[in-house]
Design a protein around this ligand. Structure first.
Ligand SMILES: Cc1cc2nc3c(=O)[nH]c(=O)nc-3n(C[C@H](O)[C@H](O)[C@H](O)COP(=O)(O)OP(=O)(O)OC[C@H]3O[C@@H](n4cnc5c(N)ncnc54)[C@H](O)[C@@H]3O)c2cc1C
Length: 503
């Protein structure tokens, strides 16, 4: 089911898809049936059961979904190991002998990842959901058999309300020869036990960029192929530029603005034929290809038509702002229905769905302030509007920016690459959005998110004492820059007169 079949993966599977699992006898009718036990499904089921609802949760593969098994958890474990190796390699800067470029034990790194994943998996285990949370867990493929009934493994689950939380999978681009040559996706890349010497990563978005840097640091010769003119195309252009420069320093090659034409299997690997941005033709030879060009929603096999749920294969299940589908008793949450494809977004959506489905239909997706983070080194975190979005909406704004090299903790840690950029509504300290590029940007963005959710401006950040020395002080410095911008010459003259009078 999941490779390699070592002790860690056996422990994982024993938690998230136990071989000896017996599905329960279905209740006459459930308050809530949840399809898919990834982030959105698990949270929906746990909260609803905690509120006293009779809940059934159906999972066809591994409980925990992408995040635990083939997403956040394995990728962040790998990234942490890769960072340790990168730091060891530049250890001379800290007065230690440097580790050699070939020192990484890829097998050991992957085993550590499998051990961590197995350890974390208890939280999402079938037994915990059944025995501790009181959820009826069905392992099998779910499909609608009508507007208020779902079938799984021959059993009929009647429901008052249902949640579709079937997630998404790697979208695969139509490139001639790719299928025949073979490729990795996030579903298979974490099964590797041997490092590919030359890795071609198709896609320069968050997943492609994170894994490209991790594999590069683990010793693969990595090339990232991107259609767009830059890495991380959704992010602030200055942020993307810092990551591109970091990749170049680390020897990760990028082919941006290129069109992949054909893939050809050779005796000694795979050849990628491409057209460069300048129209020139080029080939690149690799040992493995990782596809990371976006996500395709898992709508197939659900028989959504029988339930009157509208969907399409690109956007997934269509929902309104309350996450309700065309069938008012059926909701959808997470990657299957949302543009925000993050675990914390799936989690937040699950809470909305439970409230709207079981109680008053009152919570809206559009009310959320959604941060995000790409875990490259440095990390790139963002919340709210960026310059493009604010301009497109005709909002007048002012941007305050502080480079990390002006923050003492970044200097002492040798992590000076990056910046904090905060956009405020012109003439006020109201935060519209922020981009942070820093070693711990993902941690720092929560402070800005807290401020935005609670309608606190830059003055509130300035009034908050930040421990010295921390990278989060960069936020306070941005707030300080805002306050200085408010000082007028007239105010300066009044203060000078006051001080003269006090002397
Ligand atoms: C490599 C990678 C790294 C990532 N890193 C991060 C990160 O650092 N931070 C972050 O916030 N997000 C990250 N994400 C995104 C995150 O993993 C997803 O947004 C999140 O898992 C979505 O949760 P979900 O519940 O919507 O779907 P999923 O986690 O995909 O769960 C859906 C579940 O439904 C099941 N299912 C599907 N069809 C059926 C059916 N017919 N019957 C029964 N069960 C079914 C599937 O087997 C699956 O278990 C990453 C993703 C990837 C691929």
């Amino acid at each position: 089911m999941i490779q390699p079949a070592d002790v860690h993966n056996q422990r994982l599977v024993a938690n998230v898809h136990p071989a000896d699992w017996n599905n329960p006898i279905p209740a006459d009718r459930y308050n809530l049936v949840v399809i898919g036990a990834g982030s959105a499904g698990l949270i929906s089921a746990a909260i609803a059961a905690g509120l006293g609802a009779r809940v059934a949760l159906v999972e066809r593969h591994l409980m925990g979904g992408d995040c635990l098994n083939v997403g956040c958890v394995p990728s962040k474990s790998l990234i942490r190991a890769a960072r340790a190796i990168a730091e060891a390699r530049r250890a001379e800067a800290f007065g230690l002998p440097s580790a050699s470029a070939n020192a990484a034990d890829f097998g050991a790194v992957m085993e550590r990842m499998r051990r961590i994943r197995a350890q974390i998996s208890r939280e999402d285990s079938a037994k915990r959901y059944r025995d501790e949370l009181g959820v009826d867990v069905f392992l099998g493929s779910a499909r609608f058999a009508g507007a208020d009934v779902i079938e799984v493994d021959g059993a009929q689950l009647r429901f008052k309300k249902a949640v579709i939380a079937t997630g998404a999978r790697a979208a695969v681009p139509a490139i001639e020869g790719l299928e025949a040559a073979g490729y990795l996706t996030n579903e298979t890349v974490f099964e590797l036990t041997e490092r590919p010497d030359r890795l071609g990563v198709i896609g320069g978005g968050p997943i492609g960029a994170e894994l490209a840097q991790a594999f590069g640091r683990l010793g693969s010769k990595v090339t990232v192929f991107g259609r767009g003119p830059r890495l991380l195309p959704r992010e602030d252009a200055d942020a993307a530029q810092i990551i591109e420069a970091q990749f170049a320093r680390e020897g990760i090659a990028t082919r941006l603005g290129c069109e992949l034409k054909r893939v050809e299997r050779l005796d000694t690997g795979t050849r990628i034929h491409l057209t460069r941005a300048d129209g020139g033709q080029e080939t690149a030879d690799v040992d493995a290809i990782l596809v990371a060009v976006g996500r395709a929603p898992n709508v197939e096999g659900l028989n959504l038509e029988a339930a009157g749920v509208v969907f399409d294969p690109k956007r997934g299940v269509h929902v309104d702002d309350y996450l309700q589908t065309r069938n008012s008793n059926i909701y959808a949450a997470g990657d299957i229905a949302m543009a925000w494809k993050f675990t914390h977004a799936a989690d937040a959506a699950a809470k909305i769905v439970v409230q709207n489905a079981l109680f008053l239909r009152s919570k809206k997706l559009s009310s959320l302030v959604m941060p995000r983070c790409t875990y490259t080194d440095p990390e790139v975190a963002h919340v709210g509007l960026d310059e493009r979005e604010a301009s497109a909406r005709g909002i007048e704004f002012t941007t305050f920016q502080v480079p990390l090299r002006e923050v003492n903790r970044a200097v002492t840690d040798g992590e000076e690459e990056g910046f904090v950029k905060i956009h405020v509504k012109k003439g006020s300290d109201r935060i519209l959005g922020a981009t942070i590029v820093a070693a711990h940007a993902g941690e720092m963005v929560s402070e800005v998110t807290l401020a935005m959710v609670n309608k606190l401006g830059l003055r509130a950040i300035l009034a908050t004492i930040h421990p010295y020395p921390t990278q989060a002080e960069a936020l306070k410095r941005v707030a300080g820059a805002y306050l200085r911008s408010r000082a007028t010459p007239r105010m300066g003259r009044i203060l000078a007169r006051f001080m003269a009078w006090r002397r």
